[in-house]
Structure formats: structure tokens, C-alpha cells
Design a protein around this ligand. Structure first.
Ligand code: NCD
Length: 356
């Protein structure tokens, strides 16, 4: 792999991605061959936000490779509760671990962590921004369940605004030829501008829909997501959005026989349990693919690891402040400013939001 850290799949070449997907399949067929592959290595899982699948699937992946684990899933029990900065926590933990997996509520947190880490860092979700290893899971699932990652009509239904898995998946699949995207949500929960920009840059066809019923028949893949309650400013705003899109058996009757339904989970009420037994529902198989995807990723990253703190970047646009209140620069004020010029606008290098 030509990268040290896994922050955004955008930085991973297609060759490396193909290799990880292929290796995940090989491990799935011969898991016993890999039981000692990472013997002697330690993974730190630093989960500042709740998780079931991602954390346990990383931990299981490392244990199945013969490695060991340290970390926390309740920062309240760590020095974070005493006011320790992200930078200090990472500097310390990267002296102990060979690889760090981090989930944090602030957007750009994994990138910030990688700037102070001696060892490779994996982004396990940074707020409502990105979730590249869920996308890896989704790509492995699609490769084996659909047999291809190109020329697909992909429906994304639910919280397209706050769903980080949606953003990472669109960014990735937009790089494959012939994919078309149907983004099904209320107008309030449409994907952020940086996702649209990515579709435009890659010349992808896309459309918006407000009806799952009207759109389902044309889809090869339906990616359902829950409404992300924790990202709403108030309970009433959340209440007004929840329960709008529900996939049930009657809608499945309108879909293609080879549709594949994916969901990063957890499910709340957006897929009825009656759909679970439909052979086109793949969201529980997806969790198994995810473990093999993470085993493959860990192997590749440890094979190529480089232990050194990346060079400190110079500040760009030092006078500008990111206006996204969920950006990591709001709380970790020592971070160097990283803005990129895009036309007349400045885009924050941590959270990808436009500075006003
Ligand atoms: C997702 C996440 O945390 O973003 N879950 C996961 O990692 N499998 C989706 C979600 O929480 O809705």
C-alpha cells in the first residue's frame, strides 16, 4: 500500500483496493492460514463514540490474526476526562501500539490523530464525515454479492446528510465506471456539497428522489441507513425526519430479483424484520464480510508500516476559521490550519466544509 494511514479511501489506489478485496476473499476461504499473521503486534482501539460492529469487528479481526488489543470505548475512563488533548493521547498511545483505530464525534479527528501518531492510524468514523472501513466492508460485500463494483444503479436511502457511511461509499463508488446514484431522502437530509462535488468531478450520473417506492424498481443495490439521531440539534428536528422511509415486504415486491440490500447497521425502524428473510437482504452477511475486510486491511497496513511522526505541515490561511461546529479544529485549537482553494471558496482540509 502506498499510504501509511487509512483516513479516506480516496487516497487508496484502485490496485490497493482490489488487493484488499481479493485478500479478504482469500482469508474468508482459508481463515486458519492467517491465525498467526500478526503475532506480536498490538492494536489500540480508541472509541470516543459508541460502536458495536466496527469496534468488535476490528478487535475480532486482530485477535483472529494472532495480535493483541489495548484501548478504551469509554473515554470517560481515560485521561480524556481530565482534559487531555487528542494530540497528547495519540502521542502516548502510538508509543504502545503498532496500529491505532480511532472513532471520534468530531469531523477530521482521524486525520488530526494521524498527524501526531508514530504508527499507522485507521479512521473508524469521524462524526458525520467519513467511515472508510465501512465502505471497505460494503465494497467487499458488493464484489462478492454482485460480482462487480461498476455499472451499478445504487440507491442510498435515509440520512444522506449525516450518514458518514453514505459519504464514503459514494466517494468510492463514483470512481468506478458507469455507476449511477439515486439519492433518496427528504430535502433536509440530502448529501453535503462535497459529496455532490465528488460526483460531478467523476462525471457520474445522479438524481434525487423523495420516494423509495418510486425508485426501488430501477436499483441494483439499495443502501439503507438510519436517521442519525445524535447528529440533530434537537429531538423535535429528529422526530420530524424519522420513519419517513421504511423498506418493507411490499416494497421488496417492486424490486429486481437480483437487488442487494445493504445497511451498515444498527437498524432502527427503516427496514422491517419481515425483510430479513428475503434472500436479497445482505446486511447481516455484510458484517461477516466486514471482519474479513478488516483482517485484510490490517495485514496490508502492518506490512507497509512506517513508524515516524509525519512532518508538521505549515499553516495555510492562518486567519481563517472553519465554520463547521463539528470540525475537530473547533476543539483542538493547536491544529495547523489546512484550507484548500476551490474556485472562489476555501475548503477545510479536516472536515471538507466550505469556510464562509
Ligand atoms: C455506522 C456508523 O457508525 O456510522 N455503523 C457502523 O459503523 N456499522 C452507521 C450508523 O451508526 O448508523
Amino acid at each position: 500500500m502506498n499510504i501509511r494511514d487509512m483516513i479516506d479511501l480516496e487516497n487508496v489506489s484502485h490496485e490497493d483496493l482490489d488487493e484488499i478485496i481479493r485478500l479478504a476473499g482469500v482469508i474468508k476461504e482459508n481463515p486458519s492460514y492467517y491465525t498467526d499473521h500478526c503475532h506480536g503486534n498490538i492494536m489500540a482501539t480508541l472509541f470516543y463514540e459508541p460502536s458495536t460492529r466496527t469496534q468488535m469487528s476490528f478487535q475480532t479481526a486482530m485477535l483472529r490474526l494472532g495480535g493483541k488489543l489495548i484501548g478504551f470505548d469509554n473515554p470517560g475512563n481515560s485521561s480524556v476526562s481530565k482534559g487531555e488533548s487528542l494530540k497528547d493521547t495519540i502521542r502516548v498511545v502510538s508509543n504502545y501500539a503498532d496500529i491505532i483505530v480511532i472513532r471520534n464525534a468530531f469531523e477530521g479527528a482521524a486525520l488530526a490523530a494521524s498527524m501526531y501518531s508514530k504508527c499507522p492510524v485507521i479512521n473508524a468514523g469521524d462524526g458525520g464525515h467519513l467511515h472508510p472501513t465501512q465502505t471497505l466492508t460494503d465494497l467487499v460485500t458488493l464484489s462478492y454479492e454482485k460480482g462487480r463494483l461498476d455499472h451499478l444503479v445504487i440507491g442510498l436511502c435515509g440520512d444522506n446528510k449525516n450518514g458518514r457511511t453514505v459519504h464514503s461509499l459514494i466517494k468510492s463508488l463514483s470512481k468506478y465506471e458507469g455507476n449511477r446514484f439515486v439519492m433518496i431522502s427528504t430535502p433536509e437530509l440530502r448529501v453535503p456539497q462535497y459529496v455532490i462535488d465528488c460526483l460531478e468531478e467523476n462525471g457520474c450520473e445522479y438524481s434525487f428522489s423523495e420516494s423509495l417506492e418510486d425508485s426501488i424498481a430501477e436499483l441494483d443495490v439499495l443502501y439503507m441507513t438510519r436517521i442519525q439521531r445524535e447528529r440533530f440539534a434537537s429531538q423535535s428536528e429528529y422526530e420530524s425526519q424519522k420513519g419517513v422511509f421504511v423498506l418493507d415486504e411490499s416494497k421488496m415486491k417492486l424490486a429486481k430479483p437480483d437487488l442487494r440490500v445493504l445497511h451498515p447497521l444498527p437498524r432502527v425502524d427503516e427496514i422491517t424484520v419481515g425483510v430479513d428473510d428475503d434472500p436479497r437482504a445482505k446486511y447481516f452477511d455484510q458484517t461477516e464480510y466486514g471482519m474479513y475486510a478488516r483482517m485484510a486491511l490490517i495485514i496490508k497496513m502492518l506490512e507497509n508500516r512506517r513508524f515516524s511522526v509525519p512532518k508538521k505541515l505549515p499553516d495555510t490561511h492562518n486567519h481563517v476559521k472553519c465554520t463547521n461546529m463539528r470540525c475537530i479544529t473547533q476543539t483542538e485549537e493547536y491544529l495547523p490550519k489546512r484550507f484548500a482553494q476551490s474556485g472562489d471558496s476555501l475548503i477545510c482540509g479536516y472536515c471538507e466544509h466550505e469556510a464562509e
